[in-house]
Write a protein that binds this ligand. Structure first.
Ligand SMILES: [Zn+2]
Length: 246
């Protein structure tokens, strides 16, 4: 120990200035990696019902390792692109569980639940269609894991939360087969109705709009006025303009 203490200052003194710069860059890299652990999250996939029709199809057609990769790709899309203006969420583990329930999927905290019944019943015999659909579902659910979703409540806030999740699915290239942009409904209906609206705003009115909206949702309690604050036009006026554009 004593030799190490005595030797360390000598080693530093002997370094050239360029070596010191290298050490500084290395330390900075380590520091940044600590502050923004972009690859630190662990992705886990558990099939809780491997002996059911859906559980078997999950293992045969989708596969745990492939779905782990989808979770990782979705996280990279969310953190690196869709929500990159916000402080990265500190999430240690994202878990996907395949289990038995009616419906499609839901997310609670950092855990995504996927219905084995949905996997079993979606386009039987068409493995490619199933892979595409479940990939899209996992992008939607991953958006819930990574988006700013805890500062609001009610139908407007809920509609935007689901709209942003489907926008992530849309813009990552995994839109559901049945989605079409069409007139009608309300801006707060959520899902693809709101997703197409947000996309129109981003293309026509304000670059990076969804990212800016998510950023605001992380800073303050939900307000419909966020639209006006970002775009300069109220959400109700934007909706009318959007409807007229279809
Ligand atoms: Zn959702």
């Amino acid at each position: 120990m004593a030799r190490m203490r005595a030797g360390s200052p000598k080693f530093e003194d002997a370094m050239s200035s360029s070596s010191r710069v290298s050490v500084c860059v290395l330390l900075l890299t380590v520091l940044l990696a600590t502050v923004h652990p972009t690859s630190a999250a662990v992705y886990k996939v558990t099939n809780a019902v491997p002996n059911t029709p859906g559980g078997k199809r999950f293992d045969q057609v989708l596969g745990a390792s492939n779905m782990r990769k989808v979770l990782q790709d979705a996280a990279n899309f969310c953190r690196g692109k869709a929500f990159s203006l916000s402080t990265p969420k500190q999430i240690a583990t994202v878990t996907l569980i395949v289990e038995s329930f009616s419906g499609v999927a839901f997310t609670a905290g950092d855990t995504i639940h996927l219905s084995a019944e949905y996997v079993a019943g979606y386009n039987p015999g068409d493995s490619a269609a199933l892979r595409r659909e479940i990939t899209g579902v996992l992008y939607h659910e991953s958006a819930h894991v990574w988006q700013n979703g805890d500062k609001g409540s009610g139908q407007f806030f809920g509609g935007v939360i689901e709209g942003i999740a489907d926008w992530v699915r849309l813009r990552s290239g995994f839109a559901a087969a049945h989605w079409t942009r069409q007139r009608g409904g309300n801006w707060w209906d959520g899902y693809e109705t709101t997703a197409f609206f947000l996309d129109w705003i981003q293309i026509i009115k304000k670059k990076n709009f969804v990212n800016l909206l998510n950023q605001k949702m992380g800073q303050a309690q939900w307000s419909n006025d966020f639209f006006r604050q970002i775009v300069g036009v109220s959400v109700d006026q934007l909706w009318v303009q959007y409807q007229n554009s279809i």
